[in-house]
Design a protein around this ligand. Structure first.
Ligand code: CAA
Length: 388
């Protein structure tokens, strides 16, 4: 049976996230975008009301929300502002490899930190010469007695300048390609160096930093999972987090669609509101279909995850389609606003700038197509629990 209805708790959660986005995020979003303001006060409030770290299991002090719950929150936050939403959501990306591969001791310590205080954690995978090609990374981790010593640089690290701890991928066997990568938890006070804050086209209220490790020493037990199994941990992490990105990439075009509808109803040309013109109606119709389809693909990818079933293909479908929809719909919203859409005083140009990153981070739209093509042409054989 297929049932698209949410439970009462999920509807309440979505309403709570929407109220938060409407009252705490929207009123400052355009101002924060203009000045690239770090949303410290919003992080504090979102953490207090439980809109951060929602998927940390109860065993580690979290709310134990499911992936679909996480997507409901992410869509609403990104409807408010995708930059602030990315800031609030990024702990989930850093936490996923810890949940998948961390010892009980590590999970209690580092997830506990996020629950006890409004702290941030960052996921460090990308390097100057290793973006889509993860196995091209050059950061190394070398075992010295009861420590790992990490050296190298990571770029485009969300919340990197403010993180309390990092999940870091490094080569532990330089000659073994993707089979020579391991993952670690690195506390900021282990000597992590923050080098720069990027001045970005969009998502301007989020922090994107370069992180350097110069003989950074961490205890041996901060390895996540098995040595040299980090690549798979990264891929499994992205399977789990791409639905949340797809949800944010649904919230942005939803905001653009709503604004375009309001504008089309009040802007008069040729004696009638432009919403009366078929050319605009057809654009609005396509925009609405895009948002609806993006949400359905997103929910499917999250529900498969919640059912413990493989979601690699579904999460790439969702992330690819929602990101491309965000770009198309925000571009169309600018078109409906006409010349005013190109002016910063009007709201839609920010949405178009914010949408672009959705096609880039957590795997470009081209990488999603690569995954979709591989999974479609040659599905990996994974043991699936029987469908309910
Ligand atoms: N789950 C489990 N295992 C997987 C897997 C998955 N989803 N996908 C691949 N694997 C396994 C394969 O089975 C294979 O296993 P074996 O070693 O046993 O053979 C191994 O991993 C290698 O797989 P591939 O041959 O498919 O690897 P590849 O080198 O061709 O890479 C890729 C595949 C899809 C291109 C991958 O590198 C990728 O996803 N790249 C994009 C990276 C990305 O998304 N970066 C974004 C970083 S996060 C971010 O954006 C930061 C932020 O702050 C928001």
């Amino acid at each position: 049976m297929v049932d698209f209805s949410l439970t009462e708790e999920q509807r309440d959660l979505r309403e709570m996230a929407h109220d938060f986005a409407a009252k705490e995020i929207r009123p400052v979003a355009w101002e924060y975008d203009k000045h690239g303001t770090w949303p410290a006060a919003i992080i504090q409030k979102a953490w207090e009301v439980g809109l951060m770290n929602s998927q940390v299991p109860e065993a580690y002090g979290g709310a134990g929300a499911c992936a679909l719950d996480g997507c409901l929150i992410a869509e609403e936050l990104a409807w408010g502002c995708a930059g602030i939403a990315t800031t609030l959501e990024a702990n989930g990306l850093a936490s996923a490899p810890l949940l998948l591969g961390g010892s009980e001791k590590l999970k209690k310590e580092y997830l506990g930190r996020l629950i006890e205080a409004p702290l941030l954690a960052s996921f460090c995978l990308t390097e100057p010469d290793a973006g889509s090609d993860v196995s091209g990374m050059r950061t190394t981790a070398v075992r010295h007695g009861d420590k790992w010593v990490i050296n190298g640089s990571k770029v485009f690290i969300t919340n990197g300048g403010y993180a309390n701890w990092y999940t870091v991928y490094a080569k532990t066997d330089k000659d073994a390609g993707h089979r020579g990568i391991s993952a670690f938890v690195v506390p900021a006070d282990a000597g992590v160096i923050v080098e720069g804050h990027e001045d970005k086209m969009g998502l301007r209220a989020s922090n994107t930093a370069t992180i350097r490790f110069d003989d950074c020493e961490i205890p041996a037990d901060h390895l996540l999972g098995e040595e040299n199994h980090g690549f798979k941990l990264a891929m499994m992490t992205l399977d789990r987090t791409r639905p949340g990105v797809a949800a944010m990439a649904t919230g942005i075009p939803r905001a653009a669609l709503e604004l375009a509808i309001d504008y089309a109803k009040q802007r008069v040309q040729f004696g009638v509101p432009i919403a009366m013109h078929e050319a605009i109606q057809f654009m609005i119709a396509d925009m609405a279909t895009g948002v609806e389809a993006a949400r359905l693909l997103t929910w499917k990818s999250a529900v498969l995850l919640d059912q413990g079933r493989p979601n690699t293909l579904a999460s790439s479908h969702a992330k690819r389609f929602a990101a491309d929809t965000a770009m198309q719909v925000t571009t169309d919203a600018v078109q409906i606003y006409g010349g005013y859409g190109f002016i910063k005083e009007y709201p839609v140009e920010k949405l178009m700038r914010d949408a672009k990153i959705m096609q880039l981070y957590e795997g470009t739209s081209q990488i999603q197509r690569l995954v979709i093509a591989r999974e479609t042409l040659l599905p990996r054989r994974v043991e699936e629990p029987a469908a309910a």
